[in-house]
Design a protein around this ligand. Sequence first.
Ligand code: R5P
Length: 310
Amino acid sequence: MKIVACNSNQPLAEGISAYLNQPLTKAVVRRFSDMEVFVEIQENVRGEDTFIIQSTSYPANDHLMELLVTIDALRRGSARRITAVIPYFGYARQDRKSGPRTPISAKLVANLITVSGADRVLTIDLHAAQIQGFFDIPTDNLFAVPVFIENILENYNPKDLCIIAPDVGGVLRARSIAKRLNTDLAIIDKRREAPGQSEVMNIIGEVKERNCLLIDDIVDSGGTLCNAAETLISSGALSVDAYVTHGVLSGGAVAKVASSPLNSLVTTDSIAATEAFRVAKNVKHISIAPLLGEAVKRIHMERSVSSLFD
Ligand code: R5P
């Protein structure tokens, strides 16, 4: 087995490598002076089962190109099998035509990865599960739920909790956590009555005097979470915390979260921490390196990946 790290998330790649007790393959992923991506794998990979670790996070286009070029380098180096390990799959929110003459970019990215020569994809909490079907190669979509449950049980008494889906699209994810913890579930239904008017937030479920845990797959601008936290507090919730798989946290999102009624935001390390993230007091990472490492091991040994979640 060979593990190759591109540039998006070196700490996570090192965590996976430590879990597998397998050093990262020597490789250079760099830029020419005009910013073209250049990759050189500095070890023999002929006949090897290879895994590339790369989130297509900010800057999404550069990181995507690094991934594609690295797949090509491994293919031309005669790797036996190439698995693209994409902890955060960027472009996933463009998974359908949002209007006339708009692209389905998630499908285009899936095509690019496949055409580059990837044999398999391994990812976690795809924004929409059906994106798996955009790939015509085997694609394993892991879930962060077990990692979150373990952390929630270490820090909260489930009896006091109410799990919250911050929008209707997140109900399945939130419900799977509520079911495992045997807690109540509430749903925030947000609607814009007319263009230009502010969103109306209705809460379906009882949150008064409850400790609320918001569950989502992505926090980007922070708007969804912070608005939800304000609505919950003004509806009588005692406290609001959040667990979100992918901390995109673009622009001033970390500052926005810091000044919101959210007590804390826990994300996985699918996206590397920025400096703002590292110094912020109410945000933290829990690592998915062991989960991804175990999945890589099972793929390599041709063992079941789904049984990780039994
Ligand atoms: C939406 O469908 C997603 O699950 C997230 O709720 C959304 O992407 C979060 O974005 P933001 O933090 O910018 O509100």
